[in-house]
Design a protein around this ligand. Structure first.
Ligand SMILES: [Zn+2]
Length: 492
């Protein structure tokens, strides 16, 4: 009893500091979650409680050394408040791309982001930190350490147990995402790109190609491929559009499938240096531009950087954000690029049909109802899940049709190649989403459209595509098909 009484002030201190950390830092990771109903709130409250418990564990050890706490805690608190302000105000995601932005931003750009709300938030944070440090001076942090050290160790272990159970469950949120982001930013890219190329021969006069890299679209949910619902009304009426319903991949997460689609990597072979599709394109006179609505992951960043130009429309919001831009935002930069006269290979990297589906399309594309109304999947019906997913396909139909409309207006032959990076589980064996095992993930949607003048000028390419459209293919063929379409050929 006597001992418990002794540690009471200490426990009060830790409780108060942890609540302040939730308010100023960790809470920011949950602020933009679109809660619907009690269950959602309860689930996220538990998530936050677990996360903060692990933070409390690390914090306890930090408080044991007075000087360490004063210096390290103060520095971390102020740095983290800088990140959490943007997470609160704009739902930015702390990713290697953001760390790069912070590390490489010039001072004049940095001044632009210092707004009045930011200054105010920071001033309050400094006051709170001062109060915490004053409070800390009044306690003896080592009181009752014999009782507290084991529970504190348990909290730290909880962090490792949680992360082992599911990668990113805590690491994608504040405060851990800053550490993960810094670590990934400084880590050497794992991918080795070929710097010595075979000689490529240029076969075209002038061609413009848009390569659309889709996200999470399975082939069997396209009306074009015989799906019972007509999810591709606009594309179905497009002459020159060929769909390949039988293309397979073994790579079912973005980090592994995107590098494969953009290079000559084969599904079974990962060892040799890879050739980015943009290098032969550039060598044969194309200007290559990447327009992306996803943050650049280190898994495909080196390939992206082989483009002449990279435009990111929503640089600091990852796929886990609930405030991400719609894919149609990419149409404007694409249209202005298309006005340039030279041959072009423009890549459009979509957020596509990535969870949370309701953030991926507009109201006018809500063809199927009822839709999902919670982030907590077990509380949703199969019907809601599939309706929302199919609405993202209706949006894809609109989006690709807009691209085709722009390409049709061009004076030169044009083409669009669309492939999704992988599929999605929609309740097969009771499982949902992706990044796991499942047959539904291995059959991504794949479509190619060639303009009338392209088909007239290069009938062989068109005929070859038509002939192979029902073949069982792997994604190994995509790279070579793209080279065919941009009409680059290895010369002997
Ligand atoms: Zn993906």
């Amino acid at each position: 009893m006597e001992r418990l009484k002794k540690i009471k002030p200490l426990i009060r201190f830790h409780l108060i500091v942890n609540v302040l950390i939730v308010l100023f830092i960790t809470g920011a990771s949950y602020y933009h979650v679109p809660f619907e109903g009690f269950r959602d709130r309860a689930m996220y409250f538990i998530h936050l409680a677990v996360l903060q418990t692990t933070v409390a564990g690390f914090l306890y050890f930090l408080t044991l050394s007075r000087w360490l706490f004063r210096i390290v805690f103060s520095a971390l608190f102020l740095i983290y408040c800088g990140f959490s302000f943007w997470a609160y105000s704009q739902d930015i995601s702390i990713t290697p791309a953001l760390i790069q932005g912070v590390a490489e931003t010039k001072p004049d750009i940095a001044i632009d982001i210092i707004t009045w709300p930011f200054v105010l938030f920071y001033a309050v944070a400094v006051l709170v930190l001062t109060a915490i440090l004053k409070y800390y001076n009044r306690i003896n942090p080592r009181d009752g350490w014999r009782i507290l050290i084991l529970p504190a160790l348990g909290c730290v272990i909880l962090y490792f147990v949680m992360e082992r159970s599911q990668y990113g469950i805590l690491n994608f949120r504040l405060p851990y995402n800053v550490i993960t982001g810094v670590h990934e930013y400084y880590e050497k890219p794992p991918l080795e790109l070929n710097k010595r190329f075979p000689k490529f021969e240029r076969l075209q006069d002038s061609v413009k190609v848009v390569f659309v890299l889709g996200e999470t679209v399975r082939a069997d949910h396209l009306g074009l491929n015989g799906y019972a619902r007509n999810t591709t009304e606009l594309l179905s009426g497009r002459p020159g559009l060929i769909s390949f319903p039988n293309v397979y991949t073994s790579k079912t997460v973005t980090a592994t499938s995107v590098p494969q689609l953009l290079t000559d990597q084969e599904l079974e072979d990962v060892s040799r240096p890879l050739t980015s599709v943009y290098d032969p394109a550039k060598l044969t006179g194309y200007r290559t531009v990447w327009i992306g609505n996803q943050t650049l992951e280190k898994s495909f960043l080196p390939i992206t950087e082989t483009n002449d130009e990279v435009i990111l429309v929503d640089k600091y919001r990852s796929v886990f954000s609930f405030d991400k831009e719609l894919d149609e935002v990419m149409l404007k930069p694409m249209d202005s690029l298309l006005r340039e006269p030279h041959s072009q290979l423009i890549t459009i990297h979509m957020i596509g049909s990535h969870w949370w589906y309701e953030n991926r399309y507009t109201d006018e594309h809500r063809k199927f109802t009822p839709v999902i109304d919670s982030k907590y999947i077990p509380s949703l019906s199969r019907e809601q899940m599939i309706n929302s997913y199919d609405n993202t396909i209706v949006y894809l139909d609109f989006f690709l049709n807009e691209i085709i409309k722009s390409l049709e207006k061009q004076a030169v032959p044009t083409a669009m190649v669309y492939i999704s990076d992988h599929g999605e589980l929609l309740g097969e064996d009771g499982r949902w989403l992706h990044a796991q095992k499942g047959k539904a993930l291995t059959n991504p949607a794949y479509m190619i459209w060639l303009s009338e003048s392209y088909r007239e000028k290069y009938p062989d390419t068109y005929r070859k595509l038509i002939e192979s459209k029902d073949d069982s293919l792997t994604t190994d063929s995509v790279y070579y098909t793209l080279l065919d379409i941009i009409r680059a050929r290895v010369s002997n």
